[in-house]
Design a protein around this ligand. Sequence first.
Ligand code: C2O
Ligand code: CU
Length: 498
Amino acid sequence: VALPLLAGCADQGSTGILVPSAAPLPEPFGVPLPIPPVLEPVRTDESTDYYEITQRAAKREILPGLTTEIWGYNGIFPGPTLVTRRGRRAVVRQRNELPVPVAVHLHGGVTPEEHDGYPIDVILPVGGWQPDPAHAGHPLGVTSQDEREYVYPLDQPACTLWYHDHRMDFTGPQVYRGLAGFHLVRDDIEDALPLPRGERDVPLMICDRTFAEDGSFAYPSIDPSLGGVPGVPVDLMDGVLGDVNLVNGAPWPYLEVSNTRYRFRILNAANARRYRLQLDPRPAEGPSFVQVGSDVGLLGAPIAHDQIEIASAERFDVVIDFAAYPVGTEVTLVNAYGVETTRPIMRFHVVREEPDDTRIPERLVEFETLDRADATVERDFRFANDRVDGVRMWTINGLPFDPERIDADPALGAVEIWRLRTNVHHPVHLHMAHFQVLTRNGRAPGPYDAGWKDTVDLAGGEEAEIIVRFDGFQGRYVFHCHNLEHEDMMMMANFRVR
Ligand code: C2O
Ligand code: CU
């Protein structure tokens, strides 16, 4: 089946190509928001919680009346949510019953290198695996057969992490098929805050997908071994955009809420799409969103937003106060960058009154702002396209990813300033090390740059200075563009903490 393309589609804000779905799409807001189940540990001891996950294919009904084969952690998409406490180790045994190698990365986790899901450190499938001849020269790192254990110390403040596939060259298609889930870290400081909790603390994984006529995911690719739709002549290097917004795996779902505050941990898990989130209607009084946390922790003080721009892999931890709406109101979360089907995301039905004893304190956590004077090293990285051996690739400083090459060698504990420049939109992510945005285009950071970050969203032609603290562990880690097609087309490099 050849799918038509919307070349130069009207969606603003994202670098990518949209392939419309061939499947019939439902009316939006017809299905309830699913909440991914919290995974129970198989055992615990005084220091550690032990979890087991099997990655496997499964059939799911995502569009009504059609079946979609997903690749999921425990066969579900999103995968199960892990909820762990600061300072307690989590050991996750991952078993690979998929037909392809996998690597699991805990995004935002401060993790020893051997447990970070380095892109060539893969788990080979149960039942063996023969490399595709087209990729026979592909390097393999530390591989394991069938399964392996990832050990996460999680000695880091309460935050919203997520885990996803990270296999070199194939992260885009493998995440597209469903390999992503939440991992929440909690601590005593967060527990003491009067923020919404329990059923009013809701993870929202937002992403976009395109569906083939039979309901399967249509990942466009000229190379069917990438899991693509044969015959679609798409140069997917720009990024894959879909025309269906999924939240927690459901198309344009709805959630019934009371007229109280809710905390939403918003994750953009799309391969390439950047969202501009707004509420429609906006509240008559007060802000649409009050941000309380960023990628890897709570803010020092809350920030009110009328809209939120969120790029792939970023997290915004926000409170929406539905007391601003009369009971009976339907409030739609929209993507102001979207058109037609890509505009609506989900809908909240304010269905009942309820007492609310939560509040958003003026101070959230002790926040340490890093200072330019603390930095000992400055480095420059340019994210752009280059021809490498005649092939167009996404590169960093003109170079494609090479697992053997170390592009920066910070000392453990050092603070460095990295200057990042882009040609088109690139969300830039560092593994292991967290950072703050120091400047954007030579000025103060933008409205969405606050807090501790692991990903910074840069539009085309932008330049930012980030101040990074290489706390945690020595070893080799990657940094890369989190547009997954750019990442797969080599926009990735290594730093080694010495
Ligand atoms: Cu979210 Cu290197 O990844
Ligand atoms: Cu990019």
